[in-house]
Design a binder for this molecule. Structure first.
Ligand SMILES: NC(=O)c1ccc[n+]([C@@H]2O[C@H](COP(=O)([O-])OP(=O)(O)OC[C@H]3O[C@@H](n4cnc5c(N)ncnc54)[C@H](OP(=O)(O)O)[C@@H]3O)[C@@H](O)[C@H]2O)c1
Length: 276
């Protein structure tokens, strides 16, 4: 089994350097995927209320294949539940579906600036952490401006911001902002979901040079940036390969070659995207 390095978060807890994404798996598929991932050595699992698979993820965690305390379970607050009381209630629903006493990492899924209630949700997240129901709190799809507002209004910074990050969207500025604030960057759609990234000649050439797969080159690129990718795979063989990126290193030229491409998003723009 592969052993994975960890990051220490600004609240003192640890986060594995790579995790498993579970969107868009249903409960049964998610249960099977998380089970095979745990067996392969994954210890960070990413779900969300809006993925509608927390029950399946929870079943795999409860299977006992890995001790509960070794697994970092992440879930996310949906847009329809922004607000202080709404967040507390939504969290309890997630916790019940997951069947867990505590959640390791709880994120605000999207900032929804038009709705403008993410600060109230953040205050509820702080309370959940104080009450011991959540180990670490963070955000997703937040800009530097949104995070500065949380800091100004509550004095509490997120431990993590999970953002779209892949070689078509390297997020240099936001990553530098995170580093300055002690926030760990998590990369979603790390393999550039739906883009031709893994067939790109620059990536396949580097893969051949190291005797690894294109997916491993891209995931290694993330870890060398200091970001924590959460690639989704329901295929046990690809899950194992995706995790096996800690035994080789990309040179500076190779890091530049992986990132050197025209920028494009595969997901929503945080300033306007609304996910309820
Ligand atoms: N916070 C947010 O707003 C947000 C938004 C989007 C995603 N996410 C999270 O991030 C996770 C990952 O993002 P994503 O699912 O959008 O994209 P991704 O991980 O970049 O790509 C997933 C796709 O790549 C395939 N794949 C996986 N490993 C591969 C490999 N080694 N070679 C070739 N193909 C491979 C998967 O198929 P197979 O299953 O068949 O392997 C799947 O179709 C999600 O599952 C979710 O947990 C969060």
């Amino acid at each position: 089994m592969i052993s994975i390095p960890t990051h220490t978060l600004n609240d003192g807890t640890t986060l594995p350097a790579l995790g498993l994404g579970t969107w868009p798996l249903g409960d049964d598929e998610a249960q099977a995927a998380v089970l095979s991932a745990l067996e392969a050595g994954y210890r960070l699992i990413d779900t969300a209320t809006n993925y509608r698979n927390e029950t399946g993820v929870g079943r795999a965690v409860a299977s006992g294949v890995v001790p509960r305390e070794e697994i970092v379970v992440t879930t996310k607050l949906p847009g329809r539940h922004h607000g202080y009381e709404e967040t507390l209630a939504s969290f309890e629903e997630s916790r019940a579906r997951l069947g867990l006493e505590y959640v390791d990492l709880y994120l605000i899924h999207w900032p929804l600036p038009r709705v403008d209630r993410y600060v109230d949700s953040w205050k509820a997240m702080i309370k959940l952490r104080e009450d011991g129901l959540v180990r670490s709190i963070g955000v997703s799809n937040f800009t530097a401006g949104h995070i500065e507002r949380l800091e100004k209004e509550t004095g509490v910074l997120p431990s993590v911001n999970q953002i779209e990050l892949h070689p078509f969207l390297p997020q240099d500025e936001l990553r530098a902002f995170h580093a300055g604030k002690g926030i760990v960057t998590e990369s979603y759609s790390p393999l550039g979901r739906g883009t031709p990234l893994l067939e790109d000649p620059a990536v396949t050439r580097i893969a051949e040079a190291h005797g690894v797969t294109p997916g491993q080159v891209v995931l290694r690129w993330h870890t060398q940036l200091g970001a924590v990718p959460v690639p989704k795979s329901a295929n046990p063989e690809r899950q194992r390969a995706n995790l096996d990126v800690f035994g080789f290193e990309l040179g500076e030229d190779e890091m530049r070659a992986v990132a050197g491409r025209a920028h494009r998003r595969v997901g929503g723009d945080p300033e306007v995207h609304e996910e309820f």
